[in-house]
Write a protein that binds this ligand. Structure first.
Ligand code: 1DF
Ligand code: MN
Length: 352
């Protein structure tokens, strides 16, 4: 295979929708959190590894996360990526018990991101960070980031100190996102302390599996708790081929209907749109981050619709140079590939 080029000669631009960066303020806060008593076990496993492990991959990742300039652009050129949609790297502010500091880290990250976008307006777009543990301030920061900084989406790294966005305490965050027409990307986090035990023991707590289990459950909780009946215009993006939810969908619909009909759980009320799958098809977009696999892309397009499946690379965590050539070669019409790589992202993130 030849090296993929940027510029769109293949009939579409390649926009990568889940690309990570960090800031000095976030790294400092991570270090302080790691040194604090009772550190979250998933956070220690994940960030303890990436900040300090001497192996080649974590050292490459730490360097790449810190660069919003020429080195990142060169990596994008080498991989055929025209534009990155940037998000503050996981778990960002979600683990911070110092709420004021978490809010400040999100604000400075948004300012730094807006600055990078102004330097490379054709190569970078971005999502707003926020600290949902201070919901009013988070809502205000989302508004500032969307209306003043031009960040047309929000990233939230799944559970917030063990709590989920269906909790009514976070309603201002969901309201702000819906009112501003800003999709929320629920990016993975490691499972919380009360969920992680057997996964951590087996080395399955991180991106290999635990991320997907935790984040897929978060998305499902939003559906089954009725969040989208309360915020019908809210759009949520999930990565990693929908954290496997498309593959579960038949059984989710069946068992959800059975549970609702029996009145088995207080939490699980009847939903306006009935089935779980109706919400996945109307309130979600899915990226293929980390899953450069033709069969899975096509299955997801068939199950939730080709207007809702987007390309993402997950730079710098998973960024092999040959990836886009594999996806360019998918047996798929040019029209559908263009939606996947370019136009779905342009619409969702309001890129013109
Ligand atoms: C990893 C993967 C880490 C993803 C990430 O953020 C991340 C990893 C700390 O491989 O440990 O965003 N990912 O989305 O797959
Ligand atoms: Mn990621």
């Amino acid at each position: 295979m030849t090296t993929p080029r940027t510029g769109g000669a293949q009939g579409y631009l390649r926009i990568a929708a889940e690309e990570a960066f960090t800031t000095p303020e976030l790294v400092a806060a991570f270090r302080d959190e790691l040194a604090a008593p009772d550190v979250d076990p998933g956070f220690r496993s994940l960030i303890g590894f990436y900040l300090d492990h001497p192996a080649e991959r974590p050292r490459f990742i730490a360097r790449a996360l810190n660069d919003l300039g020429e080195n990142r652009i060169a990596d994008m050129d080498a991989r055929g990526i025209d534009r990155q949609i940037l998000a503050l790297t996981a778990p960002a502010t979600n683990v911070m018990r110092d709420v004021e500091r978490a809010t400040m880290v999100a604000q400075t990250a948004n300012d730094r991101l807006a600055d990078a976008i102004s330097r490379y307006p054709t190569r970078f777009s971005g999502m707003a960070a926020c600290a949902p543990q201070a919901p009013k301030l988070a809502a205000r920061e989302i508004e500032r980031a969307v209306t003043r900084l031009g960040l047309n989406a929000v990233v939230i790294n799944s559970h917030i100190l063990g709590e989920y966005l269906d909790n009514p305490k976070f309603q201002e965050v969901l309201e702000a996102a819906e009112a501003l027409d800003a999709p929320i990307y629920i990016h993975p986090n490691t499972p919380p302390a009360n969920m992680i035990g057997p996964m951590l023991e087996a080395g399955l707590d991180g991106a290999i599996f635990g991320f997907g289990v935790e984040t897929g459950m978060h998305a499902l909780r939003l559906i089954t708790s009725g969040v989208f009946d309360r915020y019908p215009k809210l759009q949520v993006i999930i990565g990693h081929m929908g954290e496997a939810l498309p593959f579960w969908l038949y059984r989710l619909d069946y068992m959800h209907q059975a549970g609702v009909a029996a009145g088995r759980y207080e939490f699980m009320k009847p939903l306006k749109k009935g089935k779980v799958s109706n919400y996945l098809r109307e309130n979600f977009h899915i990226t293929n981050s980390g899953v450069a696999w033709e069969e899975a892309v096509k299955f997801t397009q068939r199950v939730i619709g080709e207007d809702r499946v987007l390309y993402a690379m997950d730079y710098p965590y998973q960024c092999p140079v040959e990836e886009v050539a594999t996806l360019d070669a998918m047996d798929m019409s040019l029209e559908t590939k263009r939606k996947f790589f370019q136009t779905n992202a342009e619409r969702l993130f309001k890129i013109s």
